[in-house]
Design a protein around this ligand. Structure first.
Ligand code: DL6
Ligand code: PLP
Length: 824
């Protein structure tokens, strides 16, 4: 009914135009004559924002009124990408906006492209959190996301002379999607000391005193569901100096500088996202970020619970908190502190509540990514929390000892405190002990954590505490938004867009794999998407690629375990083969474009060397007249979500080639297949389940198995090792200076040839190359290739993040959906 009374409730083109123009003229104070694409974007975004706000308020009111259990998703990263296009589609008014903008003289694509990505994440983990928010809202679950409002997101990458250069990503100039809640603040304490004393009633009391306060200010972002009125809330905290801290005496006495320095120190906490993916560095500021965000979020959650006046024992019936990796593990300690120190609950009662509330998701087995914090650092920054951690550990170890009497080794192995120099707090162990469920993100990964890094915990708890929830992706953004033509073609066969809410309906496409007309349209759409990517490549790199070539794509963070080096060595092998051919032989070859993209952590030298090699190979190959269109090597700068939306629909084949057992799941593998691209991959992460769903004949698998990796590494270590002969030729070529200064890539080569080849590049090289040859052969048979492509899409239903969220809701959170009705 509100839509009748509020202009924000536009439903027609004319109403939208009026709203958009009103915002340009009033909110932006610009004349229509002076309305460029950026202003048109702003007007459109503000019009849609207003529309979301009404449903957002209604959703929040309804959730508060009904007051059923909510899920709080704590994540240090939310890699949201752009919002406008998604908001238009979710609200169901993109067509209206398209026509309205057309009338005003704009193309909707150009308008949408004005938006800056919200890039508050590194890669897969952050993008997963964003997909989860979309599914939670689309499925009407009462859910909140909690994160940090970084002033600088992941850096922007530029390539200069073949090297990665990092540029700060200041993204907040104009962000219509957030609402500052200056009235929602929390003072967060750091440093200080712990005072233990007996109060007048003879009770032991602990209080955390002095230190410094920093204020957390809430910024709220509406998260609309698809095809529903539910609009959930993502709350991001920003840090500022607490009013208690700003020292007016310093200010008044003229010591402006140090007063301002205090201010800046506080603001530094939420200033910048740490740009490491799958790597922890133990920096104090990072620990500050973690506690700041956990404390503010917990305070908010507890405040909301206390308003209901329920008993504390009901807390876990009202609140589920999911820890996205170990980054928010301090939330466990913080809740225990609130319950014991502030609310006066007995330790055991409090701990019962805590463990029923939390769930922990592990996203990696890589040792360098497992968080540990030094005890002295924590003692200084969070003295009360450290003492609680010691108590948690004491009770935990006592319980282990009861089950495994006299097993000293076991106690040392499962202790939350590592007895190293300095001592370290093992955050994953703390997260396990403080949660009722622990899950991995794909079947192999969930099995691996039970048999490797957490195997002692399985012995203590039994297997039921450990479970699997295979990752998923939202089909709204990753099919409908990124590939509108394919989505439309599918809808035309399936009789509508219901598949976007129930992705298993895609299986109704199977009968069309031999339908000539359908296949032709399918192929045309892929081609059009390749043309669009080719235009982007030309514009950004100056290299012209032929969209009729096979597009072979590997885009993801640059990491030795993800093995972009294997790919580029394969490209060099192909280049050498072309060079050795006669012109006649070359005519028979199938042209290929090898496309790379991804950021290296600024301090990760080897990853930066890989980027450099890819770019140098491109420089040589792309201008070699012997090669022409037969091979092009492209590095796409600044891979991010909006680039992924252009790239995923345009691949023929994409590479997911991590050393078996190292990629927990991968989610871009799902995005590529859902867009009709085939994949080459190792038996790792979700590749295994993708293969099971779509059929082995539709995937190009290669390489050693996870179960053999340890033995192979062991053999390398003891010198039983010969370099693959074809790889040796590739190395000779690089060493001879073909791709620039001799010696420049020595570290990359010797990691493999001399230093144990930890990621088994040489072991898998032969099998990788043979599989690439097979891909060339298969691509020649376009009819069969197309059938594989269609069949694969038809069988991807399992990988929607909706399925994934329903699994979490049923087996971990125990929450129910709550629909907001239009008449509310
Ligand atoms: O679960 C999301 C994503 C997986 O798909 C990737 O396989 C995995 O590498 C990534 N893990 C991390 C770990 N970071 N930390 N901490 O980003 O998670
Ligand atoms: N980075 C971006 C920008 C993405 O969109 C994705 C999507 O899945 C990822 C990283 C994760 O890629 P992968 O699963 O290949 O590591």
């Amino acid at each position: 009914a509100w839509r009748k009374f509020s202009p924000a409730g536009f439903t027609t083109k004319d109403e939208f135009e009026a709203e958009c123009v009103r915002h340009v003229e009033t909110t932006l104070a610009r004349s229509l004559y002076n309305c460029d694409e950026l202003a048109a974007y702003s007007g459109t975004a503000l019009a849609f924002r207003d529309r979301l706000i009404i449903d957002w308020n209604k959703t929040q009111q309804r959730q508060t009124f009904v007051d059923q259990k909510r899920i709080y998703y704590l994540s240090l990263e939310f890699l949201m990408g752009r919002t406008l296009d998604n908001a238009m589609l979710n609200v169901g008014l993109k067509k209206v906006a398209q026509e309205g903008l057309g009338d005003l003289g704009f193309r909707i694509e150009d308008v949408v492209n004005q938006e800056h990505d919200a890039a508050l994440g590194n890669g897969g983990l952050g993008r997963l959190a964003a997909c989860f928010l979309d599914s939670l809202a689309s499925l009407n679950y009462p859910a909140w996301g909690y994160g940090l409002r970084y002033r600088y997101g992941i850096f922007k990458q530029e390539i200069e002379n073949g090297y990665q250069v990092e540029i700060p990503d200041y993204w907040l100039d104009f962000n219509p999607w957030e609402f500052a809640r200056h009235d929602v603040t929390v003072d967060v304490q750091f440093y200080g000391w712990v005072n233990k004393y007996t109060n007048d009633e003879g009770k032991q009391v602990v209080s955390w005193q002095d230190g410094e306060l920093v204020t957390a200010v809430a910024y709220d972002v509406p998260i609309p569901g698809y095809g529903t009125s539910t609009v959930n809330n993502l709350r991001l905290w920003s840090s500022k100096a607490s009013s208690g801290e700003f020292d007016f005496s310093k200010f008044n006495s003229g010591d402006y500088e140090s007063a301002v320095a205090d201010q800046q120190r506080a603001e530094t906490i939420s200033a910048v996202l740490y740009p490491n993916d799958n790597l922890e560095r133990g920096k104090e500021l990072r620990l500050k970020q973690q506690y700041f965000w956990c404390a503010a979020s917990l305070h908010d959650i507890v405040r909301r619970f206390k308003k209901t006046q329920r008993k504390w024992s009901e807390f876990p019936d009202q609140v589920a908190i999911q820890l996205n990796d170990t980054h928010p593990t301090l939330a466990i300690v913080e809740l225990q502190r609130i319950l014991v120190d502030k609310e006066g609950l007995e330790w055991d009662v409090a701990w019962g509540i805590v463990t029923k509330t939390f769930g922990y998701t592990n996203h990696t087995v890589l040792p360098e990514a497992l968080e540990k914090w030094s005890v002295p650092l924590m003692q200084n920054l969070l003295p009360r929390h450290l003492s609680i951690i010691y108590d948690i550990n004491l009770f935990w170890l006592q319980s282990v000892e009861r089950r495994f009497p006299k097993d000293r080794d076991m106690l040392a192995r499962v202790s939350i405190i590592e007895e190293s120099q300095p001592k370290m707090v093992r955050m994953a162990y703390l997260a396990i002990v403080g949660s009722h469920k622990v899950n991995g993100v794909a079947e192999l990964h969930s099995d691996l954590i039970k048999t490797t890094i957490f195997k002692d915990f399985v012995k203590v708890y039994g297997p039921d505490k450990f479970t699997n929830v295979t990752n998923g992706i939202t089909p709204r953004r990753w099919l409908h938004q990124a590939n509108p033509r394919l989505s439309e073609l599918i809808a035309s066969k399936l009789g509508g867009y219901d598949f976007l809410k129930d992705l298993t309906l895609l299986n109704k496409l199977e009968p069309f794999i031999d339908d000539k007309e359908f296949k032709k349209e399918w192929a045309e759409i892929k081609y059009a998407n390749k043309v669009r990517l080719a235009q982007h490549i030309l514009k950004t790199t100056g290299v012209s690629v032929n969209p009729k070539s096979m597009f072979d794509v590997q885009v993801k963070r640059i990491h030795e375990y993800k093995r972009q080096q294997l790919n580029i060595f394969g490209v060099i092998r192909r280049y050498l083969a072309i060079k050795a051919m006669t012109p006649e032989e070359r005519k028979k070859l199938l042209p290929r474009v090898s496309i790379f993209g991804g950021k290296a952590a600024p301090g990760y030298w080897m990853a930066k060397t890989i980027i450099h090699l890819i770019n140098k190979v491109g420089e040589v190959v792309n201008k070699d007249p012997d090669v022409g269109d037969l091979l092009k090597v492209i590095f796409i700068e600044d891979y991010n979500v909006s680039k992924a939306e252009i790239i995923c629909p345009a691949s023929d084949i994409s590479e997911h080639i991590s050393t078996a057992g190292t990629e927990a799941s991968g989610t871009s593998n799902m995005k590529f297949v859902l867009n009709g691209g085939l994949i080459i991959g190792t038996l790792d992460g979700a590749n295994i389940e993708i293969t099971r769903e779509i059929g082995e004949q539709n995937v190009f698998l290669f390489g050693n198995l996870a179960e053999d990796v340890e033995d192979l590494r062991h053999n390398h270590y003891y010198g039983h090792y010969t370099l693959d002969p074809e790889l040796a030729k590739v190395f000779d070529c690089i060493k001879s200076g073909t791709f620039g200064k001799e010696g420049g890539f020595d570290s990359l080569i010797s990691a493999i040839a001399d230093n144990g080849d930890y990621y088994l590049v040489s072991d898998d090289f032969h099998s990788y190359c043979k599989t690439q040859d097979l891909i060339d052969e298969s691509y020649r048979n376009q009819e069969e290739w197309l059938s594989k492509s269609i069949l694969s899409v038809a069988r991807m239903g399992f990988f929607t993040s909706d399925r994934c969220i329903n699994e979490y809701a049923d087996s971990i959170w125990n929450i129910e959906p709550l629909e907001v009705k239009d008449e509310d």
